[in-house]
Design a protein around this ligand. Structure first.
Ligand code: DQA
Length: 149
């Protein structure tokens, strides 16, 4: 059964609720996790929700995910714009990946306009705040179900 997904969050997302509320709203990472768990349960998906501030830990997590998960939703945060290592790890995953950003990275500073991962993921969502995670879970559910056919 294709129903196991991992949601990976990169640096500083542990401080949601405290950092730049104008970009990310007031939701905390714990509340976001709870919302994701609820939506996944409704759809019959099993999720793991992870966060790390450390690039190498994220690379390890992405590598290990290829054995244990059918799909991935990733907000690589600042590493989106800088990390070839995370891009390379994602390339090895070979299953659906949804890139997500809470803020609209194209409305922000120019260095955020470039994502090193957009051209290797299945699709992406940006600028829709925490709701983007819920939309990503719905899309992932559809992607995994279509793959069964
Ligand atoms: C972010 C956007 C990134 O540019 C930033 O570094 C983040 C969060 C977002 O969710 O909008 O930490 O990925």
């Amino acid at each position: 059964m294709n129903n196991k997904i991992i949601i990976i969050n990169g640096p500083n997302l542990n401080l949601l609720g405290e950092r730049e509320q104008s970009q990310y709203g007031s939701i905390t990472l714990d509340k976001l996790k709870e919302n994701c768990q609820k939506k996944s349960k409704d759809l019959g998906l099993l999720i793991e929700f992870a966060q790390s501030n450390v690039e190498g830990e994220l690379v390890n997590l992405i590598q290990d995910s290829r054995k244990n998960f059918d799909g991935m939703i990733i907000n690589a945060a600042a590493f989106t714009h800088t990390s070839v290592a995370i891009r390379d790890a994602l390339s090895i995953f070979k299953k659906p990946i949804i890139e997500i950003h809470m803020s609209n990275i194209y409305k922000r500073e120019e260095f955020r306009h470039k994502s090193l991962i957009s051209d290797i993921v299945t699709g992406g969502i940006f600028g829709l705040g925490d709701e983007g995670y819920i939309l990503a879970i719905i899309s992932m559910h559809k992607l995994l179900n279509n793959e069964d056919k």
